[in-house]
Structures are given as structure tokens and as C-alpha cells.
Design a protein around this ligand. Structure first.
Ligand code: NAD
Ligand code: ZN
Length: 243
């Protein structure tokens, strides 16, 4: 990242009226939540099973105790707070300059930062439902129990509203996300390796003028971008003004 990158990004943002942010785990690493594929990310830590096995639908059904041990330990970061990236994205929306955030994250930090239009492709840890009677439970409710949380009404297991491997994305969320991306004049793709599908494929619906990539490592979308910034998204966006 250098001064030219920041001024080029500032110029693009100044000229844009319908900015959409497309975010991944890299947007929350500066809040202390590890991503999946970085050197110290979740995929490089050792567990009895690989993360993609544990956080699958079959595994949840077969061994909820082990699922929740991993989930509580590695997917819930209750003290994490929004960083400069989340806050700047919310500021653009508040100023009427952004159509919202399409995110693969499940941490709820975009909403905590004040973003209202957030399309959570993979759900969120902040919503949980009884697998039998569908009673809603907050993250606080889950944290108040230990091990596998159970419904206080019917005693069945509670499941986080998070899209597990083998599960499909919510149709309504997909539609809104795709619709929002297709209306954008500028799409800022930040902190995502773009290897998780179908989420990564939604970039193909972008029809606007400026595609901006902010990521620490190379992605498949870099070649088609108008501006690629190799840096930390929080550090980059903290230098951008909403004006
Ligand atoms: P990923 O882990 O595959 O990729 C993260 C990318 O962000 C990497 O390319 C990395 O180089 C980059 N990165 C890391 N820190 C950065 C920073 N500060 N600034 C800029 N770039 C940075 O993440 P993904 O593409 O979102 O896909 C992984 C899946 O993992 C998603 O489906 C998501 O649901 C889930 N996940 C979510 C969280 C979360 O909610 N915070 C955390 C881990 C994984
Ligand atoms: Zn119930």
C-alpha cells in the first residue's frame, strides 16, 4: 500500500454514489478473529478433524458435542469489536453513498459498526434456532449454556443460523445480494480469498464502473480490477474520507 493507492481509492469513492462492499474473513482479522486460509488462520491449526468436516451438516447431526466444542472455541469471539474497515463501510451507508454490504462473515461485526443493509450469505452466530420448534435464541442465550445448547421450550438441540458445509444458501439472501451487486457503481471487494462458492461467483453480477480489490494476498479477481491494493483493509479504509 502506498500514497498513490490511497489517493486513487479516494478518487473512486468520491465519484461513486452506489458503493457496495463485498467482504470476507480478512475484514475481521484486525478485530482479532482469525480467517480460514492465512498462515495463522483456522485451516492451519490442528484438530482431530479438519474444520470443514466439523462444520458440516452431517457432523452437526452426528456429533453435536464435538461440533459445539469447536464452534464455541473457534467461531465465537464475543469480545471482538468492529474495526476501522467495518466502521468506514457503515459511514458510507449512513451518508447515503453505499447500497450496503454483502458479506461471507458470520460474526455480526458489520451490524455492530452501524451498517443496516447487510446481506449475510453464510448466516450469523447472532441468530440461533431450535431444530424442532424453531424458537429464536440470541448469542447471549447460547453463551449462557455450556456444551450443546438446548431449547427451553421443547428440549431439542439449538442450531446456529450459520450455513454449514453441505447446506445451501438462503434463497432470499442470495437474491437481495445479487440485486444489490448488480446496481452498484463501485464494488469494493475486501478480505476474501474468493475461493468459497457460490459466494465468490456473485461478483459476476457487477455491472458498474469500478472494481476495487483490497486484500493481503492475490485473488482470482485481481486481473479484472481497476484498482488492487495489497494491504490491511482497516488500515486502508481508515485513510479514506467520506465526502
Ligand atoms: P478466507 O480466510 O478464505 O480469506 C481471507 C482473505 O483475507 C485472505 O486472502 C487473506 O489474505 C486476506 N486477509 C486477511 N487479513 C486481512 C486484512 N487485515 N486485510 C486485507 N486482507 C486480509 O476468508 P473468506 O474468503 O471469507 O472465506 C472463508 C469462509 O470462512 C467464509 O465462508 C466465512 O463464512 C468463514 N469465516 C468467517 C469468519 C468471520 O465471520 N469473521 C472468520 C473465518 C471464516
Ligand atoms: Zn424447541
Amino acid at each position: 500500500m502506498n500514497y498513490d493507492d490511497i489517493s486513487a481509492l479516494q478518487a473512486i469513492m468520491d465519484a461513486s454514489r452506489k458503493i457496495v462492499f463485498f467482504t470476507g474473513a480478512g475484514v475481521s482479522t484486525e478485530s482479532g478473529i482469525p480467517d480460514f486460509r492465512n498462515t495463522d488462520g483456522l485451516y492451519n491449526q490442528s484438530y482431530r478433524y479438519p474444520p470443514e468436516t466439523i462444520i458440516s451438516h452431517d457432523f452437526f447431526m452426528a456429533d453435536p458435542e464435538e461440533f459445539y466444542r469447536f464452534y464455541r472455541d473457534r467461531m465465537i469471539y464475543q469480545d471482538a469489536r468492529p474495526n476501522a474497515a467495518h466502521l468506514k463501510m457503515a459511514e458510507f451507508e449512513k451518508a447515503g453513498r453505499s447500497l450496503g454490504v454483502v458479506t461471507q462473515n458470520i460474526d455480526g461485526l458489520h451490524q455492530l459498526a452501524g451498517s443496516k443493509k447487510v446481506y449475510e450469505l453464510h448466516g450469523a452466530i447472532t441468530r440461533n434456532y431450535c431444530t424442532h420448534c424453531h424458537q429464536f435464541y440470541s448469542l447471549k442465550d447460547i453463551l449462557e449454556q455450556t456444551g450443546v445448547p438446548h431449547c427451553e421450550k421443547c428440549g431439542s438441540i439449538i442450531k446456529p443460523d450459520v450455513v454449514l458445509y453441505q447446506e445451501s444458501l438462503d434463497y432470499d439472501v442470495i437474491n437481495k445480494a445479487v440485486d444489490t451487486i448488480s446496481q452498484a457503481d463501485t464494488l469494493v471487494v475486501a478480505g476474501t480469498s474468493l475461493v468459497v462458492y457460490p459466494a465468490a461467483g456473485f461478483l459476476n453480477y457487477f455491472r458498474g464502473r469500478n472494481l476495487v480489490l483490497i486484500n493481503l494476498s492475490v485473488t482470482s479477481a485481481d486481473r479484472g480490477a481497476n484498482l488492487v491494493i495489497r494491504g490491511k483493509v482497516g488500515e486502508v479504509l481508515s485513510q479514506i474520507e467520506v465526502r
